[in-house]
Design a protein around this ligand. Structure first.
Ligand code: HEM
Ligand code: ATP
Ligand code: MG
Length: 435
């Protein structure tokens, strides 16, 4: 609803501009580049994996072949012993098939060529695991199981230069683990990026849709405004021409009431859809509240409602557009009263918090369901038979245009609290507490 003394409260024009796609995408997190063959080279250098290690691994081939089956059997026994890893497989037959792929993987550890092709092939294996949603902590454990078995087998085989060769095996397994975990990271990043893109796109579609509705509503409102004023004037002329005891006078009075209601809705639409930039000046929140409360005394919703004011005598100066603040207080206080039952109380508190002035309007009325709370700032969202659903969206625009913050707290059947923070007017000589 529009505050009567300032029918077209001004709002920032910027507030009605469509959000640009470029600006929204800027807020998406920046992801690391996906792992590639050059990252693999970097990891090799970081682990100190050299050509000497490659040679050590090739030299182990003959000693390794006899133990590959034992390493594989142990690996899958451990996977089968734990429900979380066992359930990843459809049945024992799949495990048996899997063992062949695993032995191939083990054999390739000792191939001696750890270039780009090796990396690509290992990445494909890694992806298989992230695709089946195998939690990555199992991968870390699994790599250690492989290490323990290989270390045991190689030690028992008593190979020449065993220590150095074991170190080479360990380095390669660490490289394998890095690739495995890298594929997890890459697939998580893709999932997150897709989800975020979807959310941003949904937001944009919604914002564009609302902007279109807003434009349409504004043109309609503009078209309705003048004829409405003409109709109202004509009815008043007819009414003034009737004798004071004419039985049609109450009918005309009702027509005028309805015209006023339409007029107020049209003004709300125009305020919302054609916001004007705020005319900022130092203004006292408590004085504005007193003025608005005085006007609202006449509203039927305020009958039998007690207003409790806290710190209302203090000088709470903010830098804002006073006409817009009146509009804001009017909409919020009216909502509070409409939600309250007779005999209820509305508490209005203002408080200085460092560089901010905090205004709280609290009612003890019907409160909001969580869906209403989530959608309350959406234009045209209303749960009232005679509401337009523009009160809170207008408040949000005013708050944004005046550099403030607004939030809602509400519990069904307990009441609601609207908390607003506006930049305090700080005289240079006085200084301010940092906040
Ligand atoms: C050192 C760790 C591991 C290695 C080296 C490894 C190796 C492999 C290989 C080579 C494949 C075949 C990939 C392909 O066909 O493209 C594979 C598939 C698979 N791995 Fe692993 N794996 C490891 C850990 C695990 C763990 C801990 C589980 C958990 C239960 C697991 C479950 C699977 C399953 C279910 C498949 C088959 C996916 C499918 O066929 O759709 N792996 N693994
Ligand atoms: N103090 C409150 N207590 C309970 N519900 C509230 C309160 N303030 C707002 N709401 C809920 O939020 C909805 C949107 O409020 P908003 O002020 O935007 O529109 P409205 O009051 O329905 O219509 P109008 O355009 O006349 O203000 C309301 O319909 C109501 O459901
Ligand atoms: Mg309202």
């Amino acid at each position: 609803m529009t505050f009567p003394p300032t029918s077209t409260a001004s709002l920032s024009a910027k507030a009605f501009h469509r959000p640009s796609k470029r600006v929204l995408f800027q807020f998406c997190p920046v992801y690391d580049a996906p792992m590639d063959a050059s990252t693999f080279e970097l990891m090799k250098s970081y682990l100190g994996f050299t050509q000497a290690d490659a040679q050590n691994l090739v030299a182990l081939k003959g000693d390794i072949d006899p133990i590959l089956l034992g390493v594989t059997t142990r690996f899958y026994e451990i996977l089968k012993a734990h429900k979380e890893t066992r359930d990843v497989f459809a049945d024992d037959a799949q495990i048996e098939r899997q063992k062949r792929s695993f032995i191939k993987w083990l054999t390739e550890l000792f191939c001696g060529d750890y270039g780009a092709a090796y990396f690509e092939q290992r990445t494909a294996i890694g992806r298989t695991h992230s695709d089946i949603n195998l939690p990555q902590h199992f991968m870390i454990g699994a790599m250690d199981v492989v290490w323990q078995s290989l270390e045991e087998g190689i030690t028992r085989a008593d190979v020449t230069n065993g220590r150095a060769k074991l170190q080479s095996v360990h380095k390669l397994l660490m490289l394998e683990l890095a690739v495995m975990l890298g594929t997890y990271k890459d697939s998580y990043s893709l999932v997150i990026r897709d989800r975020e893109r979807l959310a941003v796109e949904e937001k944009l579609t919604r914002a564009e849709h609302l902007a279109q509705i807003g434009q349409l509503a504004a043109s309609l409102a503009h078209e309705i405004k003048n004829p409405l004023a003409g109709i109202s004037g004509a009815i008043q002329v007819i009414r003034d021409g009737l004798a004071s005891n004419d039985s049609r006078i109450p009918i005309l009075a009702e027509v005028l009431t309805q015209i006023n209601r339409l007029d107020s809705t049209v003004k709300d639409l125009l305020v919302y859809a054609r916001p004007k930039p705020p005319l900022m000046s130092p203004c006292c929140v408590n004085r504005i509240l007193s003025r608005v409360l005085h006007v609202l005394e006449e509203e039927p919703a305020f009958e039998n409602i007690r207003i409790e004011r806290i710190r209302c005598d203090e000088d709470m100066e903010v830098i804002a557009d006073p006409a817009q603040l009146e509009q804001l207080a009017f909409n919020l206080l009216l909502n509070a009263a409409q939600a309250s039952s007779a005999g209820s109380m509305i508490r209005v508190d203002t408080k200085r918090l460092g560089r901010w002035v905090k205004l709280t309007i609290q009612d003890f009325g019907c409160g909001m369901e969580s869906d209403t709370r989530d959608r309350a700032f959406e234009p045209f969202y209303t749960t009232k038979s005679k509401g337009t659903g523009l009160g809170l969206p207008i408040c949000k625009r005013i708050i944004d245009a005046n550099g403030g913050r607004i939030r809602l707290e509400s519990t069904v059947n307990k009441g609601s609290k609207v908390i607003i923070e506006l930049p305090a007017h700080i005289e240079e000589s006085k200084g301010a507490d940092p906040c």
